[in-house]
Design a protein around this ligand. Structure first.
Ligand code: SF4
Ligand code: SF4
Length: 149
């Protein structure tokens, strides 16, 4: 399957990936509206880590045998068998945080909204290319099948 791969040597820590991810998953889907009226409800599903002068963006690896899917007590966390994408059905999530505890990459967050629900990368399933990848100015994120490399 196609996944997002990091090329940290090109990342300048601008966090545009985080910004476009938040807009994509906002109610309005508009950058100004989202940042002016939805503050407190926005949460990026890609997180930029900085260590000294080095930075890199981390998000879900859509594991083959996903520990978060095995740990989920409500059936909210699912792996699509045909696409390989791991998603959280927020209507089914009960906010037990089992998935957060078992994810080896720290790729799941608590949604900042009023309901206790998990939030994670869904690879922007309705887009050809995830928005973090398409809006990175330096091509520090690549969306590809490793076998095509
Ligand atoms: S959230 Fe974590 S455990 Fe689940 S598929 Fe993604 S990287 Fe793997
Ligand atoms: S927090 Fe939600 S998605 Fe995570 S394990 Fe619990 S019910 Fe499943």
């Amino acid at each position: 399957m196609k996944k997002i791969y990091i090329q940290e040597e090109y990342c300048i820590g601008c966090r545009l990936c985080e910004i476009y991810c938040q807009v994509k998953h906002s109610k309005s889907k508009k950058i100004i509206k989202a940042f002016k009226s939805e503050q407190g409800q926005l949460m990026p599903r890609v997180l930029v880590e900085e260590i000294g002068h080095n930075s890199f963006a981390i998000q879900c690896r859509h594991c083959v045998d996903a520990p978060c899917v095995d740990a989920c007590i409500s059936g909210a966390m699912k792996k699509n068998i045909s696409t390989g994408v791991v998603t959280c059905d927020q209507d089914k999530c009960v906010g037990c945080w089992s998935c957060i505890m078992v994810c080896p990459y720290g790729a799941i967050s608590k949604d900042p909204g009023e309901r206790k629900i998990a939030s994670k990368c869904d690879l922007c399933e309705d887009e050809e290319i995830p928005v973090c990848v398409s809006n990175c100015p330096n091509e520090a994120l690549k969306f590809m099948d490793m076998e095509d490399k």
